[in-house]
Write a protein that binds this ligand. Sequence first.
Ligand SMILES: [Zn+2]
Length: 276
Amino acid sequence: MQPVIKRILKQTALPLYLQFRGLYHKGNKVTCPCCKRSFSRFLPLGVDRRPGQCPRCRSNERDRALWLYMEKYPDFINAGKKLLHIGPESIFYRYFKKMKGLHYTPADKFALTFESTYPSETIYLDIVHMPEIPDNMYDVILCSHVLEYIKEDDKAISELFRVLRPGGIALLQVPIKPGLEITYEDDSITSPEQRALIFGDPGHIRFYGEDYADKLTAQGFETDFIPFISLFTQEEIEKYGLVATDDFQLAKKSSWANEIIQQVLSFQLLLLPVLL
Ligand SMILES: [Zn+2]
């Protein structure tokens, strides 16, 4: 389909369809915190067809969890901050654009591929290699369920660390398989069908294990995995359509991390003449 037709459909037909779908499923059993509407149920989502999608705004479980998190901790993202949003979900785009004084950059490597779903301002950015972004640029990075698609995820984590300012925080959410100690990936699994069967999504190339935090700290981050969902009652978890086991995988760049890196680099430079 031509991009211009996709764009017209996105701007006209899709909003009308979602409005109709929201009205059709109107009810009082579940509530979406993102669009503030209540429905008879959430709609099937993903390869497992779990009831996870909001009929009106198309939010999924983790979108709703992040929305509730931002409501509970409004300082996480607020005016004056610089925010880099990888794989920008439209619903957050609308929310962030309304936030006066927020310096917001929606970006993705597949900005053109997902042109019909991403905001039109989304820039091309490959997080494995971001020479166009200066060091210490962003206060907050949102990169939710992206790393499991990337072959060189360690490089991507390292680059995200580089562009985050000291004292900044990144939400680097990935699927972690319960009980799996070591991250599992297999280069021989290449077809979308096999990947969907083994990793739960046709694009995923690995299952992260309990060593995910180690992967983050190896690139310089401090990790803070918060069991945010456990703050909610079982009734609220069902009402908002959350996943009870989802932790918030926050990665922080300590304010002195850069200083240490600079010191290590200068120490290596001092040693260079001796080694040579
Ligand atoms: Zn919604």
